[in-house]
Ligand binder design. Structure first.
Ligand SMILES: C[S@@+](CC[C@H](N)C(=O)[O-])C[C@H]1O[C@@H](n2cnc3c(N)ncnc32)[C@H](O)[C@@H]1O
Length: 384
């Protein structure tokens, strides 16, 4: 893949840009396998799962810079000046189109971009998620509620100007902080969630709920976990760090003759609400047994009942499962599926679980052009 922004040194996020894609995947596989060398035998690796090397991102996180009449949408340089990256080749074609229409509309609306060095202005970021069905969720991250009435008034024109705009929100981030969003979210549209078709399910995404950035590769990840779940044929499944329920909902209904009882635990109330919505739709169509999602701390779950599960699925943030690893080690849980975006923390966690052996592992290239990776491993408790 080639990128003009990279060549001009305007953006260097894609550290592997220019390297042939096959070589990128081979390097990534070798590096991840080396980090997990002590716990995953060479012949237990499945073939890496890859999608296209460009036009795969379903999400854009655009920092707004420049001026009211000439805003930029992309990142800020070291001096805090806006760098426009609207033509980034990682975006899905539909997302690219949405960005074009939306940024044109925002420039005409004349919201003043937030100026980081001066700490003045209003519009900080645009966060856009696009679904394979052609719909999008658009979130305006604002410094204050001052521009809210203007945004509310402009909503019908925005919906006209940006085909597929389904959920539009204002997120308030009054603090001068290097974070993407604040805690207050005001949904301006009647629709509150973006339906994301993945495999044979629809996952509802409410604002501020985590979702994987690469829909096609996420679909492969969930299918692999479902295949392993079918093979294990568990009576009960606990999905920890479940987000909007991708793993839990794919596990529900397996095995088909005696669907597992599935419980998802997640700290974000918005994500749990999303997962419940998806589960209700799914069970309406095809009764599946018990699926339940609860807001909670994954680290407490093993002590409070999760230890009785036949299968525990974990998909933690980059830092890994930490104290949960020794908890699982002490539990009687026979099967674990661990999805990790950080082979270093995965290796550390698995080293704290010597009673389990890795039966299979697979690399999912969720973030082509970078060294970021997703690894799925299937663990089984050693026979006593
Ligand atoms: C990598 S995401 C995985 C989400 C989901 N499994 C998926 O497939 O999209 C990690 C999730 O863990 C949640 N989280 C972080 N710390 C947590 C904790 N202590 N207990 C429960 N959930 C937590 C985050 O809100 C986020 O949704």
């Amino acid at each position: 893949m080639h990128c003009d922004y990279f060549d001009a040194e305007a953006c260097r996020s894609c550290t592997l840009m220019g390297r042939p894609y096959d070589a990128q995947v081979a390097d990534l596989q070798a590096s991840v396998a080396a980090q997990l060398h002590d716990v995953v035998a060479t012949d237990h690796w499945l073939t890496p799962f890859c999608g296209p090397e460009s036009h795969f991102r379903n999400k854009a996180k655009l920092v707004v810079g420049g001026t009211r009449t000439s805003p930029t949408f992309g990142i800020l340089d070291e001096a805090g000046r806006g760098v426009d990256l609207r033509e980034c080749g990682l975006y899905e074609p539909g997302l690219h189109e949405t960005i074009g229409r939306l940024t044109e509309f925002v420039a005409e609306l004349g919201l003043t971009p937030y100026d980081v060095p001066r700490r003045s202005g209003e519009l900080k970021h645009l966060l856009i998620t696009h679904s394979p069905a052609g719909e999008s969720m658009i979130r305006f991250v604002l410094r204050s509620p001052g521009q809210l009435p203007r945004l509310e008034r402009a909503l019908p024109e925005l919906i006209d100007a940006v085909p597929g705009a389904r959920v539009v929100t204002a997120n308030l981030l009054p603090e001068h902080k290097v974070v993407l969003e604040g805690d207050t979210e005001i949904v301006l549209t009647e629709q509150q969630s973006l339906p994301m078709p993945v495999n044979d399910l629809t996952l509802h995404l409410r604002p501020a709920s985590f979702f994987q950035t690469n829909t096609l590769v996420a679909g492969g990840l969930y299918r692999q976990a479902r295949e392993w779940t079918r093979d294990i044929s568990p009576g009960t499944v606990t999905d920890l760090f479940c987000g909007v329920g991708g793993f839990a909902l794919h596990a529900a209904g397996t095995p088909a003759d005696h669907p597992a009882e599935v419980l998802g635990i997640e700290s974000s109330a918005e994500a749990v609400e999303s997962a419940r919505l998806s589960a209700a739709e799914l069970t309406d169509r095809n009764p599946l047994g018990n699926i339940d999602f609860r807001v909670g701390d994954a680290h407490r779950q093993i002590m409070s009942g999760g230890a009785a599960s036949h299968l525990v699925i974990v998909n933690p943030p980059r830092r890994g499962i930490g104290s949960l690893a020794p908890e699982l080690e002490r539990s009687a849980v026979p099967h674990v599926i661990y999805s990790s975006c950080n082979a270093t923390s995965l290796a550390k966690d698995l080293a704290a679980m010597p009673s389990y052996r890795v039966r299979q592992a697979r690399l999912f290239d969720m973030f082509p052009q970078t060294r970021h990776h997703e690894v799925l491993v299937r663990l089984e408790r050693n026979a006593a």
